[in-house]
Design a protein around this ligand. Structure first.
Ligand SMILES: Nc1ncnc2c1ncn2[C@@H]1O[C@H](COP(=O)(O)OP(=O)(O)O)[C@@H](O)[C@H]1O
Ligand SMILES: [Mg+2]
Length: 252
């Protein structure tokens, strides 16, 4: 049980001293992904090389259909590559079966989606509590941890509201708290501001900036270049390949 094994250590991620080697948290080599639709084969990723170190804050940008979501799904162990190597926090993901994939995903990755994906019939508190329940964390520790998470995302006064009573920006804060609950080594966000107005979108980026400054490793997809510039590194994907990979002005 990841969470209970780390009781008392809050906030800081990606500092697993037990991981062998000194590679990054993401190490992809010659990664290819081919979708077989039956009628045709779609080569969505055509040989991706990507390394992301602990505590990096990276934006993945690129035109629609360029392979961003495919890449993020593989990074997050929601899907596997057709070819190539992918080490996540030192573990080779290529060749894992579905159970192993689910296991590493639950241990290592927190997801934030464009559409928030909150359960509508339970409160914000209960949404964030859910992954802790699945991890077998006891009631008292769960409550402490959830309260701490709401404080972290600046939404303590809305904990007991249902998603329908919250704004889009507030719902995304809840989703981020949920993604953080089990202290994942890696937080992945696919267009986290895509359903938000400009102000709420900037606001959510501000929260990611805070998290990045506190030692989390964050990878987000966005097609808003103004938001991408607020990360520390921009990786541009085009037609299944990395065509640009550069630090932003925030990198220093
Ligand atoms: N499940 C799938 N089956 C077949 N083709 C897919 C599937 N998912 C994505 N694709 C194709 O792979 C390419 C990359 O898609 P995607 O990763 O969703 O791009 P992006 O997120 O950059 O818009 C596109 O040509 C898309 O049509
Ligand atoms: Mg996409």
């Amino acid at each position: 049980m990841l969470f209970s094994g780390k009781n008392g250590k809050n906030g800081k991620n990606g500092k697993n001293a037990d991981v062998a080697g000194n590679g990054g948290i993401i190490e992809m080599r010659s990664l290819r992904k081919v979708y077989d639709t039956g009628a045709i084969l779609v080569e969505a990723l055509k040989g991706i090389e990507l390394s992301v170190a602990r505590e990096e804050f990276v934006a993945i940008v690129g035109p629609s259909g360029s392979g961003k979501s495919t890449l993020l799904n593989i990074v997050g162990c929601l899907d596997v590559a057709t070819e190539g190597s992918y080490l996540l926090d030192g573990e080779e993901v290529a060749g894992m079966d579905l159970d192993q994939l689910a296991d590493i995903r639950n241990r290592k990755v927190g997801f934030v989606f464009q559409s928030f994906n909150l359960l509508p019939h339970i409160t914000a508190f209960e949404n964030v509590e859910m992954p802790l329940l699945f991890q077998g964390v006891g009631a008292r520790r769960r409550r402490e941890r959830v309260e701490e998470l709401f404080e972290q995302v600046g939404l303590s006064d809305r904990m007991h509201h249902r998603p329908v009573e919250l704004s889009g920006g507030q719902m995304q804060r809840v989703a981020i708290a949920r993604a953080l609950a089990c202290e994942p080594a890696l937080i992945l966000a696919d267009e986290p501001t895509g359903n938000l107005d400009t102000t709420s979108g900037r606001d959510i980026l501000g929260l990611f900036e805070d998290l990045a400054g506190k030692g989390h490793t964050l990878v987000l997809i966005t097609h808003d270049m103004a938001l991408a510039q607020r990360t520390r590194r921009i990786v541009r994907i085009q037609d299944g390949r990395v065509v640009e990979d550069r630090p932003t002005t925030q990198a220093a």
